[in-house]
Design a binder for this molecule. Structure first.
Ligand code: HEC
Length: 147
């Protein structure tokens, strides 16, 4: 009798945990990131492809076919919402970019677009414009954000 009951308890536990996990909000819980924290996030998550200054002229950014956040004319062709959508959903055809739905809320992504990407200037590190002290920079990034 006893082992059977334990088995049921274990199954119930697994079921409830999986339910709880599936109900988690898409983005990480906690207070929304500040602009400075988002600059740090950019450096960690986006700079390898889009360049430290957002111009995509360095590193693998060359493969972005000149998609340059610092070029006002090119950027003015896309609305904030379109850019937010790209960041949230990623790009899976042809050129690849990961989806950041699980890492950034809609509000955080909008802040990133309006206050950071739209203000990017060629040759100026997006992170360097952050006032966050060095020791705080590492803390601002949860472990899941290290891609
Ligand atoms: C693995 C490389 C990679 C990473 C990492 C990456 N991107 Fe991208 N991103 C791309 C590619 C490729 C494109 C498509 C360029 C194109 O359409 O010509 C793109 C396009 C975009 C666009 C659309 C630009 C436009 O004018 O429509 C935005 C905005 C953007 N990325 C923001 C980000 C942000 C913010 C991050 C980090 C949170 C990020 N990307 C991380 C590769 C990457």
């Amino acid at each position: 009798m006893r082992p059977r009951r334990q088995y049921h308890a274990a199954r119930l536990f697994l079921f409830l945990t999986s339910m709880a996990v599936s109900m988690l909000p898409a983005a990480l819980p906690g207070p929304p990131r500040t602009e400075q924290e988002l600059r740090i996030f950019y450096q960690r998550a986006c700079a390898t492809c889009h360049g430290e200054d957002g111009s995509a002229v360095s590193t693998s950014g060359k493969n972005l076919k000149g998609r340059d956040f610092t070029a006002e004319r090119a950027m003015s062709k896309s609305t904030d919402q379109a850019l937010v959508k790209t960041i949230q959903n990623g790009i899976y055809f042809g050129l690849d970019m990961p989806s950041y739905k699980r890492d950034l809320t809609h509000e955080e992504t909008l802040l990133l677009v309006q206050n950071i990407l739209r203000k990017a200037r060629r040759g100026e590190s997006i992170l360097a414009q952050s006032q966050v002290p060095a020791e705080k920079r590492a803390q601002a990034i949860p472990p899941s954000d290290t891609r």
